[in-house]
Design a protein around this ligand. Sequence first.
Ligand SMILES: [Zn+2]
Length: 71
Amino acid sequence: MEQIKIFDIMTKSKKPKLTSVIDKSNGVTWCAYCATPVKFIKDKEKGVKVCSICGISLNDYWNKTINRINI
Ligand SMILES: [Zn+2]
């Protein structure tokens, strides 16, 4: 039986709202979970950029998709 980690549950329970297209020209990054343009700040502990509101990583699949990172 596969062990379920609390992080998996937290991640899956959030449903991204892919409702708007980001305008990257103003330097703002779109958070798929907050469904609003937010500032992504560097998390020293994790070494990644995270949403300043909900704390989701910019490396999250939906945030990558909506911001067209590495695709
Ligand atoms: Zn967010």
